[in-house]
Design a protein around this ligand. Structure first.
Ligand code: GDP
Length: 193
């Protein structure tokens, strides 16, 4: 998809702030620092819209981006950052529950993992959480440029096995550095818009 318009419309902390126009939404989730903002920015051809600087511990919000006036990307705050207080974590959990359990305009969640490493326990929990709410998931295995080409299949297998991915779910290897996987990602997303 050619993105001609991408703008943040709301940083929401609760349901009453979500957009009410019922456009389809695609959520993006991943642990802190995995490369989620870089993935979003690459897909929408912006250097800096989804803030790569969003520091863990800052106010946690669901950021709704209007894409071409036809859909929203919903950037979910990163998880798995050790220094976040228990209170913050609980707040995060409540916000996630509120969004993922109720939002019927949510069509798909993109779960971003690091292709270099075995997905973490938090990644597994996120995947299971989405499955629990019967939300379609696309897994993006990012930072592909950081592994040798001949290791790609082994790393993808590690992602699939560790998440215990359902047959119906897809993993797309991706790099925000080289743009590899960008077209595949958009064509997958397009099915849900
Ligand atoms: P976020 O916290 O998940 O939003 O992560 P960021 O998008 O801010 O990325 C964290 C770090 O990883 C930054 O230094 C990025 O430049 C780097 N990064 C993200 N994606 C890639 C990628 O595909 N390849 C490489 N080499 N670095 C990446």
């Amino acid at each position: 998809m050619k993105v001609s318009k991408a703008e943040i419309v709301i940083s929401a902390v609760s349901e009453k702030q979500y957009p009410s126009d019922r456009r389809p939404e695609i959520a993006l989730a991943g642990r802190s620092n995995v490369g989620k903002s870089s993935f979003i920015n690459k897909l929408i051809n912006r250097k800096n819209l989804a803030r790569t600087s969003s520091k863990p511990g800052k106010t946690q919000t669901l950021n709704f981006y209007n894409i071409n006036d036809i859909l929203y990307f919903v950037d979910v705050p990163g998880y798995g950052y050790a220094k976040v207080s228990k209170k913050e974590r609980e707040k995060w959990g409540r916000m996630m529950e509120e969004y993922f359990s109720l939002r019927d305009t949510l069509k798909l969640t993109v779960l971003i993992v690091d292709i270099r490493h075995k997905p973490t326990e938090d990644d597994r929990m996120m995947y299971d959480f989405l499955k629990h709410y019967e939300i379609p998931v696309l897994v993006i295995a990012t930072k592909l440029d950081k592994i040798p080409k001949n290791k790609k299949s082994a790393h993808l297998k590690q992602v699939i096995d560790t998440l215990d991915l359902d047959q119906e779910d897809t993993v797309i290897p991706f790099s925000a550095e080289t743009s590899e996987g960008k077209e595949d990602a958009w064509s997958y997303l397009s099915k849900y818009i």
